[in-house]
Ligand binder design. Structure first.
Ligand code: DGJ
Length: 745
């Protein structure tokens, strides 16, 4: 990995002195000020101001989070609220930045612990602060319990997104057991018109967007699966006013950078204050700190905009590209790839892969990837996982001849791995049956015929690292598709004392990150994709160590419109891979044209996953022209600003997106019609984000525009007058490119 590059996650972890990404230098942060007269901290970044202060009781209290204030505006003083009743004691409802469970509080605490002497009371009061290039560090503590909590704040000057995390330190002479540890709490002012948007789904149906009003009471978004999961994704957005709109409205949003079990608890209290607390999932959680030990939390990122949910997503996208991705702020564009998984499944072999590679190269493909089936006794999902040696029946001469062939065809070479798993029918499991998560003498449940290796064990961590390091050292590989195909079950760790076993939830993920970080350091040219049977492990933690993600195993181009749309609420198209596969699609048997399949996949990082050996010359020609056209627009599509123009959610008939290049020189419009609507015309498309006074010339990649559409018009024209497209029949699609006319600014 390029040591001069950095990410915000890296900055926070580096400052906290943890493992993980600590080798990277700190990220510049927006200025953070402390006002000693009023004991207030203030962050001005992007278009936001965030302020909190120390109240008379020494408690850190949120004061303001919203649109940018004038530099001389007062942000107020922190004061303890009055007691409302005997049941709401003084301080019980204070919107605390980071609350210990102790004293009178009734809200969900950030930190709950118990001590060897029986004490469970913890009151975190302000002690001191430090501001430097890396951000703000505020130390809270409970003097009697001898516990310190170091809060870190880093603010991105461009987007106003703040990253917060905490380090818990036990300075006592007794053991402290952590029962619940959040990274941060975000407080919103009292109001009765909030609503929550979040993402939910399941295998092959990820990224559904859901919205519900917030009322007094709690909502938990979470994963108890051991990894990020797709039932919920660790992202939220809260709108105020009750009118979700892509371009208007107050929206607070955030995402957690953690790839293990996580929890985001959203609570509206009796005073209508809203508190969003996120971090390790407290379910089945326990983490013992010996005297002198500490624990670092993940980072909880959050931002605010008054320009609607569309702008909230664009801020996230910009932030991820610039501050999260390992190669940011200018990550490489995703190459067009070929992967034969849907075409051949486990039946990979050297001659056929070579033929596929030749055909792929002739279509303009830039990366060739062998998926599952190349190793061990892997002829189905029943055997071989864990044995990372080339299957000599399928590749008698090893991978080298194929890799050389692929390189000779001017493509990079990629390989599928699933390093955290093992089939019981494998040499690895026969040698090390104790390496999997399990409880002594209890059932070991299978998922897809496999078990989860306990990566928290140092020997297992070393085995996985060494196996992958060897693979990458012995073979000239440029890309790993890193898969992860089941949830945890029976998460025991019998080799350590019972009271230490639940550390597995933290140590496993730390070791996963450590393996990825070290592999990137030792093999700087290798890119990694995070795949988890589809989109089951997409979060800002894993994104700090990977170059792209696989959003879903569902490659049906119509279903993908909703999947990709949902994904875009939280994550950038710069990492979102999308393949053109066979028709009818394997998921739902739906037939669709090659045009529809290409245009749907061109909304992200384009790949081809069909059996291209069966394509006709006409299909080859179609594919070749789309691949070429894609290369001319991919910088705009992957790293430009995304505008969701027509939403495909809830099986809507229409879907349209527009991407605008960062320098404003190009816009790309994709429009889809799932089902013709009687004799109705397709809705007029009003572009967004263009420079009103520049002139743009349109050209179609596919589809027609209404007769009389001017070849060149101003940004104002395309945005206000709009453009009419000739989409009429089921599964029809169009792509139109708007190039700024030379000389126009
Ligand atoms: C699940 C992935 O999502 C698929 O793309 C494929 O790689 C299979 N695993 C292989 O087993």
């Amino acid at each position: 990995m390029n040591q001069t590059k950095t990410s915000m996650a890296a900055a926070i972890l580096a400052l906290l002195g943890t493992s993980g990404l600590a080798a990277k230098p700190a990220t510049p942060t927006a200025p953070i000020h402390y006002d000693a007269d009023h004991k207030t901290f203030r962050i001005d970044a992007g278009k936001i101001t965030y302020a909190f202060g120390v109240n008379d009781d020494g408690i850190l209290q949120t004061l303001y989070w919203g649109s940018r204030l004038a530099p001389d505006d007062a942000v107020g003083n922190a004061t303890p609220p009055k007691s409302r009743s005997a049941f709401d004691a003084i301080g019980a409802n204070t919107p605390q930045e980071y609350a210990g469970w102790g004293g009178p509080i009734t809200v969900m605490p950030d930190l709950k612990a118990h001590f060897a002497d029986g004490n469970r009371d913890l009151i975190l009061r302000y002690q001191n602060y430090k501001i430097d290039d890396g951000g703000l560090q505020v130390t809270l503590g409970d003097k009697a319990a001898k516990v310190s909590v170091i809060l870190r704040y880093v603010a991105d000057p461009a987007t106003g997104i703040i990253g917060r995390s905490a380090r818990i330190e036990n300075h006592a002479t007794q053991v402290m057991t952590l029962d619940r540890v959040a990274a941060a709490s975000w407080n919103l002012p009292a109001a009765t018109d909030y609503s929550l948007r979040y993402l939910t789904g399941t295998w092959a149906a990820e990224w559904h967007v859901r919205t519900r009003p917030l009322t007094p009471g709690a909502t938990d978004l979470e994963s108890r699966r051991g990894s990020t999961g797709d039932e919920n994704n660790p992202w939220f957005a809260i709108e105020r006013g009750g009118h979700w709109n892509e371009s208007q409205g107050h929206v607070w949003f955030g995402a957690l950078g953690w790839s293990g079990s996580w929890n985001i608890h959203i609570d509206q209290d009796v005073l209508n204050q809203v508190r969003i607390t996120g971090g390790f999932n407290p379910f089945d959680f326990s983490y013992r700190l010996q005297p002198g030990e500490g624990l670092d939390t993940p980072v909880f990122y959050a931002g605010y905009t008054d320009d609607g949910i569309g702008e909230a997503s664009r801020l996230m996208h910009r932030f991820e590209i610039a501050r999260i991705l390992p190669e940011g702020p200018k990550p490489k564009l995703r190459p067009v790839l070929y992967n034969s998984w849907e075409a051949t499944e486990f039946k990979v072999n050297e001659p056929e892969q070579e033929r596929l590679a030749e055909k792929a190269a002739s279509l303009g493909v830039e990366r060739f990837v062998i998926d599952d089936g190349w190793f061990g006794a892997r002829n189905s999902d029943k055997a071989g996982l864990g044995d990372w040696v080339v299957n000599r029946e399928k590749f008698p001469n090893g991978l080298k001849p194929l890799i050389d062939k692929v390189h000779g065809l001017k493509m990079s070479f990629g390989l599928w791995v699933e390093p955290e798993m093992v089939n019981p029918d494998s040499d690895l499991y026969r040698q090390h049956p104790d390496w999997v998560l399990n409880f002594q003498d209890r059932q070991r449940s299978l998922g897809r015929n496999q078990m989860v290796l306990n990566l928290a064990r140092q020997d297992v961590r070393d085995y996985v690292f060494n196996a992958l390091d060897k693979l990458l050292t012995e073979n000239d590989i440029q890309f790993l598709k890193w898969d992860y195909n089941r949830n945890w079950s029976e998460p025991g760790w019998p080799q350590v004392a019972p009271e230490e076993q639940q550390k597995v939830y933290v140590t496993y993920v730390q070791n996963l990150y450590d393996i990825m970080r070290r592999l990137r350091e030792r093999h700087p040219g290798v890119e990694i994709e995070s795949c988890s049977g589809g989109g089951g492990r997409v979060d800002l933690g894993i994104m700090g160590l990977t170059d792209e993600v696989w959003p879903s195993d569902n490659t049906d181009p119509s279903d993908r419109l909703s999947i990709q749309d949902g994904f875009s609420y939280a994550y950038t198209p710069a990492v979102m891979m999308a393949w053109v596969t066979g028709s009818p699609n394997w998921v739902n048997k739906r037939n669709s044209s090659l045009d529809f399949r290409f245009l749907s996949s061109m909304q992200g990082g384009l790949g081809i996953g069909a059996n291209i050996l069966e394509w006709t010359p006409a299909e080859d020609a179609t594919a070749r022209s789309y691949v070429e056209a894609y290369k001319g627009i991919r910088a705009t599509v992957q790293q430009g600003l995304l505008y969701r123009l027509l939403s495909p959610q809830e099986r809507a008939p229409y879907s349209a997106t527009e991407s605008v290049a960062a320098d404003g020189s190009q816009a790309v419009l994709f429009a889809f019609l799932r089902q013709g609507q009687e004799a109705q015309a397709y809705p007029t498309i009003h572009l967004q984000g263009l420079d009103a006074s520049s002139r743009y010339r349109y050209r179609t990649i596919h589809g027609t525009v209404a007769p009389g559409t001017p070849a060149v018009a101003s940004g104002a024209y395309w945005m206000s007058h709009g453009i009419d497209l000739g989409l009429r029949s089921d599964f029809d699609a169009a792509a139109v490119v708007f190039d700024r006319v030379n000389g126009d600014r």
